[in-house]
Design a binder for this molecule. Structure first.
Ligand SMILES: NCc1[nH]cc(CCC(=O)O)c1CC(=O)O
Length: 312
């Protein structure tokens, strides 16, 4: 019998998705009579300690992941469940993503105070979001809306919708679904209106590259379709150097035919004010190649200069 120690951040979403994934693994172990037990260990990350500061200014995505990865490498924990969209493009030596389970809803959604859809919000309505990607696309769709900063974990943001008098806020549907808060959602935003973040809705289960027990177990909860689509999106992100918080959106889909079918990737790069929005689509079988193709086309259109500006 081996006890697998699972590290998690302390946010309610992190704890929830960790517990849900452990349940999936436990069910598998029961069904197949596998000799593993699981224990949760909570870890305080720098990102959680400084949630109120502009994340892009203090180091971006990696902040939520660094302490967890240190704990994986020194053997304090054996496994960690991250939101894929919080994962930096490159993993440290010795660690790998052992599984990408089936993706939750990848879309962003609108939670509005009076149940009004994005189209029907009053002129100049105040919308809360701190994502440059969401702000840029919202601005391109409804230039009259007033976009204001909104930080914190999803529970904090839902509270601020009321406390800070926003007309609406934007969040990822996946987080709300996992928390059991689907009924708070007013409207799902289709990718044509708001392309999600790379990897949004997917989880990454990270472990040590040499932990064959854990790798064997994780391979059983991997979803090949999610793995391929996320690989295309992350390839694009890597080539556009999108490691920090930049206005990049991407979404890959595979036709119903299944995991070996053709993959479509749509991606966009926007100036933070939404005045310039570049969008490209590519189709193919190899995720890496489709990701590279879209990245190349966006760079030809001038994505590099927009991203350089956004990083300043
Ligand atoms: N930016 C933080 C973050 N990281 C992951 C999710 C949940 C959605 C997901 O797992 O993709 C969220 C909240 C949000 O963007 O609303």
């Amino acid at each position: 019998m081996r006890n697998i120690i699972v590290g998690t951040r302390q946010s309610t979403l992190a704890v929830t998705q960790t517990n849900q994934t452990i349940q999936l693994l436990k069910d598998l172990c029961t069904q197949e009579n596998l000799p593993y037990t699981f224990e949760v260990k909570s870890i305080l990350t720098r990102g959680d300690r400084i949630l109120d500061v502009t994340l892009s200014k203090v180091g971006g995505k990696g902040l939520f992941v660094k302490e967890i990865e240190d704990a994986l490498m020194n053997g304090e924990i054996d496994l960690a469940i991250h939101s894929m969209k919080d994962m930096p493009f490159e993993l440290p030596e010795g660690l790998r993503i052992g599984a990408v389970p089936k993706r939750e809803d990848p879309r962003d959604c609108l939670i509005s105070k009076d149940g009004k859809s994005l189209k029907d919000l009053p002129q100049g309505a105040r919308i809360g979001t701190s994502s440059l990607r969401r702000a840029a696309q919202l601005h391109a769709y409804r230039p009259d809306l007033q976009i204001e900063s909104l930080r914190g974990n999803i529970d904090t943001r839902l509270r601020k919708l009321v406390d800070e008098g926003f007309d609406a806020i934007l969040l990822a549907a996946a987080g709300l679904h996992r928390m059991g808060w689907k009924d708070r959602i007013t409207e799902y935003l289709e990718p044509e209106v708001c392309l999600p973040a790379v990897g949004q809705g997917a989880l990454a289960i990270e472990c040590r590259s040499d932990d064959s027990d854990v790798l064997g177990l994780l391979s059983r909860v991997n979803d090949a379709v999610t793995e391929r689509t996320v690989a295309a999106e992350r390839r694009l992100l890597g080539l556009l150097n999108g490691g920090c918080q930049v206005p990049i959106g991407a979404y890959a889909e595979i036709e119903a035919a299944g995991q070996d079918a053709e993959l479509h990737l749509t991606a966009m790069v926007a100036s933070p004010d939404g005045a310039r929005v570049l969008k490209k689509v590519a189709t193919g079988f190899d995720p890496e190649q489709v990701g590279s193709e879209v990245a190349k086309q966006l760079i030809e259109l001038g994505a590099d200069s927009i991203l350089a500006e956004a990083r300043e």
